[in-house]
Design a protein around this ligand. Sequence first.
Ligand SMILES: C=C(O[C@@H]1C=C(C(=O)O)C=C[C@H]1O)C(=O)O
Length: 447
Amino acid sequence: MERSSGDGRLAGETEPVGETVDLVGRSRELEDVSFSAILDGSAESRVQWATPDGLELVGRGVAARFSAGGTERFDRIRSQAARTFDGLEHDGPPSARPRAVGGFSFHDGHGSTPPWTGFDAASFVVPQVLVTRSDDGTWLTAVGNRADEAADRLERWHERLTAAPAMRPSGSTPGVTDTRRTTSPAEWTAQVETALERIANGELTKVVLAQALSVELEGVVDVPALLERLRRQYPNCYRFLVDHETGGTFFGAPPERLVSKRGPRLETEALAGSVPRGETPAEDEEYVERMRANAKFQHEHGLVVDAIREQLGPFARELVISEQTIRRLATIQHLQTPIEATLEGDRHVLELVEALHPTPAVGGVPPGAAWETIRDTETFDRGWYAAPIGWFDAAGDGEFAVAIRSGIAADGTVTLFAGNGIVADSDPDDEWDEVQLKYRPILDELR
Ligand SMILES: C=C(O[C@@H]1C=C(C(=O)O)C=C[C@H]1O)C(=O)O
């Protein structure tokens, strides 16, 4: 039996500060559906988001859009969203509530130049059609400007989705004709040496340097199908896809949670320090033991834990830093420290996102000097790579991952990004090898 909600009404504004439009949301339960059926053949804006522990969101179309640039971008998104969400009355189950899905660029001074055409420094959409899969089942939510529009949309999409096959082949790889690095091994060595000099001078303690790899494709990449293949290879990672009416598709399978906030409960983690997987379980363990016992790795990881502790200090009534563990993925292993907090007062997840971005797992210590070093050194545009990506709702709850192990598909090319933490004892060749491992999740699915 399918449950059906009544009309959920939300009054709000679309971006920037337009006239007030009334938005109406309606939800209806679905039998399981193929998520790709929602994303297929769309010239509309599309979003997908999945957490390793179960929540999956897929949306298309734009019921409301929030976008902002500059140093105030976190606040500006929050106030635009408040205007739209304030009148929200969604009477479907909470799991099917309208949510804003999107993200931020790494730098606040981001320009939307290729391959980042269409990607603002901060941008979120409340999709017109949203499918939510969680412990509470699979729900379809349609949002429109009027009740009849939402109801029509709901029925149209319900028919369309239930007629689509529930399973879809996950497709073949597009094939690669050429790859081009932004950074040659010699340039990388020079960049790491510059960072090491700044570290030796006492200007900074850690900086994460990254590079990009342009991959020319032989065929067309089906990004939703690629994400489905990544789900099988990397079941303990997040998955996301964001694209706009114009421009490319940004997607990835990051292992790293930036923050999840539900009421007063916050969860985050330090993830830094990388070694390969071994050929055998014993070799896996050897790598792990080497990483655990290595002062450089522990220093690099400890800096991230300390910074998160400091960044969360002003927000937390209680902070629990758990034992260090190992995050083992199909192609790489990381040191990980889970961190939980109980928040002091009523906070919006975007306040926490702003406080935590960038953690020294993708930025550095101290943040200002690290940021400058990244800007002076890197020869490509980070765009949305290594930045917060996720969702939030009317109550200010939400979850964000760090958009690493990611790429942007545009015009027959996928540009992949990968970086690594540089500290006093870093060796450029070892760092190079670690970076190459981080291209693999997506690269393996393109070849
Ligand atoms: C920067 C990346 O990864 C980050 C850097 C790591 C490291 O320096 O060891 C490990 C995990 C991530 O926090 C990336 O994947 O591009």
